[in-house]
Design a protein around this ligand. Structure first.
Ligand SMILES: [Zn+2]
Length: 102
């Protein structure tokens, strides 16, 4: 009886720990640069990625993959940079192609 209670409690604690760890693990993302043959990966903290995605003009790319004249680096993270599409056509395209932008 008691064993069952403790086991259930441990399962519950482990589930909580897993959830906690997962939320702290960086997301392994594919580089969002404009190069179609780019398959670089970058690790971005989930909260950071959610913040980037909330702005349709922001993208996470591998440092150096930003396209001059189309976007500019607005933030630098560990192994990635956040770029903002410049106003005008690049930003309009970013809005038009964003699945979250209605
Ligand atoms: Zn890239």
């Amino acid at each position: 009886m008691n064993e069952g209670v403790f086991r259930n409690m441990n399962e519950h604690l482990k589930a909580l720990a897993d959830e906690f760890d997962l939320s702290r693990e960086p997301l392994l993302l594919v580089c969002e640069c404009g190069h179609s043959d780019c398959d670089k990966r970058l690790g971005v903290p989930p909260a950071e990625y959610e913040r980037i995605r909330s702005d349709p003009t922001l993208f996470a790319v591998v440092p150096g993959h930003q396209l001059a004249g189309v976007e500019r680096v607005v933030e630098r993270g560990e192994g990635y940079v956040v770029v903002e599409k410049l106003a005008g056509t690049p930003a309009e395209v970013a809005h038009a192609t964003d699945p979250r932008d209605r």
